[in-house]
Unconditional design. Structure first.
Length: 320
């Protein structure tokens, strides 16, 4: 047993890393600062071609023996890397941290407090709020999605509508035994793998929320969020999965159709579409989805026209 384990750490931290040499040390520092709650840190180097693994091992050499492990594997994607780490986790709780994000001091303390004094029976997940930074670490206004602090308790029905739990898996603390019941991340879902797991957990366990902004998420050009085609493809596979389980609702299909129209993508051209359930595929060639697609196209054209008119008016005013 390592010195970290004998100190009474309750959380194993899993960090998937791919070509993260610019950020991994900052991530590790933010985890070590969570002492004494950390039992071990499992970094999974997912086929990096830079010196990520060397930096992790150098950092580990200055920490208590056994605290930080670096596992290397061929590149298989974030979900598979997380699953490798989760398969090695043995502590009472597991926390995930993307290699380019950082935790703020007190993050695990606030979340463990919710577990130690649960407001809901069968509590399995505690998530927290977050803020954003640029690739260079500068504060970034969060102009997008904001968490709803009322998403607590039995959240399965609300989670069916959207991924309302966290802006990143970096904000979630999970009781490890819950994963034994519902399984790990689905590696086929490149961008929606977290939504899928949160929904499976919500089918059995309660959620709670630590309102503080305890995680800083990094937004940069190499983030998955910027690959729109990958995101649409992944959400399609996720909706197909809901469809086969009988949990898909009309808004799942309509939202997916809107994304296809917005990005100018034919569903049949997406990775995995041919392997989707035949009934699911027929939905996107039926009259209802064709009507939705036509309406979205008209809406986007009117939006573009309004923007063009606005730009023309501003240009003429500036020339006077």
């Amino acid at each position: 047993m390592s010195a970290a384990m004998t100190a009474g750490g309750r959380v194993d931290v899993v960090i998937p890393a791919y070509n993260a040499s610019r950020f991994i040390v900052a991530a590790l520092r933010s985890v070590v600062a969570q002492a004494p709650h950390v039992a071990s840190v499992i970094v999974v180097d997912d086929g990096s071609t830079d010196d990520t693994a060397l930096l992790v091992k150098a950092f580990a050499a200055d920490c208590p023996e056994g605290l930080i492990r670096c596992i290397t594997q061929p590149n298989a994607g974030t979900a598979a890397a997380r699953n490798t780490g989760l398969g090695l986790a043995q502590a009472e709780f597991v926390a995930l941290l993307d290699a380019d994000d950082i935790w703020k001091p007190g993050k695990l303390t606030a979340q463990l407090e919710r577990f130690d004094h649960p407001a809901f029976p069968n509590l399995g997940v505690v998530y927290c709020d977050y803020d954003l930074m640029t690739e260079d670490g500068q504060p970034l206004p969060n102009c997008g999605f904001r968490l709803n602090r009322r998403i607590r308790g039995n959240v399965e029905r609300r989670l069916l509508r959207a991924n309302l739990i966290a802006g990143s898996a970096s904000a979630v603390l999970i009781r490890r035994s819950c994963l034994d019941q519902v399984g790990l991340f689905d590696p086929s879902l490149i961008c929606a793998e977290d939504w899928d797991l949160w929904l499976r957990l919500a089918g059995t366990y309660a959620y709670d929320y630590a309102a503080e902004e305890m995680v800083t998420l990094r937004r940069h050009s190499s983030s998955w969020q910027n690959n729109r085609r990958q995101m649409v493809s992944s959400e399609m596979l996720f909706v197909n999965k809901l469809h086969k389980l009988g949990k898909a609702r009309w808004f799942h299909y309509v939202r997916l159709e809107r994304q296809l129209v917005c990005e100018g993508i034919d569903a049949a051209s997406l990775r995995g579409f041919a392997d989707c359930d035949p009934a699911f595929r027929r939905i996107f060639y039926g009259w209802a989805m064709r009507a939705c697609a036509a309406a979205f196209r008209v809406g986007y054209r009117l939006r573009d026209l309004a923007r063009w008119v606005g730009r023309s008016i501003r240009t003429r005013r500036s020339q006077k």
